[in-house]
Ligand binder design. Structure first.
Ligand code: ACO
Length: 342
């Protein structure tokens, strides 16, 4: 099976920045508490009327530009999200329309929460490897600001809005595989740890569910923290072991940006130095499925990635679902024309 590689990357974040000081004017919190416990300084919040497909389309356009492809060159659109425009249809269908893709390519959403982008990469890699698709657009997008309870200080300070996208294409046979060592896992017995209780078929919207504020994210923070450290560290090691790489050979770990303390602990457990963990959580907070492609694009635009760079991607979130893979970067550094970060 021929492995896929990343041939384009892009991201988009809404203009509005909400810093910790602004939050502390509406809920009982402080910049010091949020920074010390999470590493977050500010987050981006979508403008009224700005929806997931808008963010996703903006990120996808940038990724297509870097790839030098036209919208109709895409054979499959995968949108990883848990905060799509509507329950029906898939946000991917709306993105297809907004991008101007008229070739009737497949388009669907993938719900694996914060792990969604890594799941999407694994899937795109398989579709290309089996010869079913040539170019797969994998997008991670969230507008979590519409699903957090802005009266609940234990969750609302953590999340932000954003989108990131990659275009996958077939790798060259003479090069090391662009995507490899894909590991995808879920432990459904922990699904209660992070959930939005109402709004689905189990508990449809009702006056009672609205009064109980059950349409918002609820989380057992400390339990999620513990499982995140354990499983992310072991997922990083599984991915690099599968490729016979040593921790010292990893150039960058581009991990889901949930909490800086989680990343520190994962570094300690995995033996990969913390300086190799790319971090932008201070400026975006936790953007769930968008966080890895946002970070990848930022690393690319800053010139931190070059052909031959060996990356480990890993993420964990609601489900509890998690995943990891090794990405060998083959894209040349950006030219000033294509430099267009979020
Ligand atoms: N501001 C001020 N005080 C706060 C805030 C806040 N925003 N939130 C909670 N507190 C208070 C609590 O009420 C508690 O007060 P008490 O001691 O008087 O009861 C105190 O701070 C300590 O609360 P803890 O919950 O023990 O704080 P902890 O150190 O565990 O940090 C946090 C909480 C940041 C949520 C942490 O558990 C965490 O990061 N968990 C991981 C969860 C996560 O990242 N989820 C995202 C989705 S899953 C993923 O992406 C991996």
């Amino acid at each position: 099976m021929l492995a896929a590689q990343v041939i384009g990357v892009g991201s988009y974040a809404p203009d509005r920045r909400v810093d910790n000081a602004e939050l502390s004017r509406t809920i009982e919190t402080s910049d010091a508490w949020i920074r010390e416990r999470t590493g977050i300084g500010e987050r981006r919040i979508a403008a009224p009327g700005e929806v997931a497909s808008d963010l996703a389309t903006a990120a996808a356009k940038r990724a297509l530009e870097v790839a030098g492809l036209k919208p109709n060159d895409i054979d499959m659109i995968v949108v990883a999200t848990v905060t799509g425009d509507r329950p029906l249809p898939a946000t991917a269908a709306i993105v297809q329309r907004k991008l101007g893709v008229t070739n009737r390519c497949g388009a669907f959403d993938l719900a694996a929460a914060c792990a969604g982008f890594v799941y999407g990469l694994g899937l795109g890699n398989a579709l290309i490897g089996q010869g079913q698709c040539r170019h797969v657009l994998v997008i991670g997008v969230e507008v979590l600001s519409r699903f957090v309870d802005w009266q609940d200080r234990t969750t609302c300070v953590l999340f932000g809005d954003g989108a990131g996208a990659v275009v996958l294409g077939p790798g060259a046979e003479e090069q090391p595989p662009g995507i490899s060592g894909v590991h995808l896992h879920c432990q459904g017995s922990m699904s209660h740890l992070l959930t939005i209780p109402a709004g689905g078929s189990e508990r449809p919207a009702s006056e009672a569910s609205l009064a109980e504020r059950e349409h918002y994210v609820r989380m057992e923070g400390q339990d999620v923290f513990r499982v995140a450290v354990k499983e992310l560290a072991s997922a990083c090691l599984s991915a690099i072991d599968a490729q016979q790489l040593k921790a010292a050979e990893v150039d960058w770990v581009v991990a889901h940006q949930a909490n800086e303390r989680i990343l520190e602990a994962v570094a300690q457990r995995s033996g990969i130095p913390f300086e190799r963990f790319f971090r932008n959580i201070a400026r975006y907070g936790n953007t769930s499925s968008a966080s890895i492609p946002l970070a990848l694009d930022e690393a690319y635009q800053h010139g931190s990635l070059e052909p031959g760079s060996k990356l480990v991607l890993c993420a964990l979130g609601a489900g509890i679902a998690w995943g990891s893979c090794v990405v060998r970067w083959h894209l040349p550094k950006p030219t000033p024309r294509s430099a267009a970060g979020p």
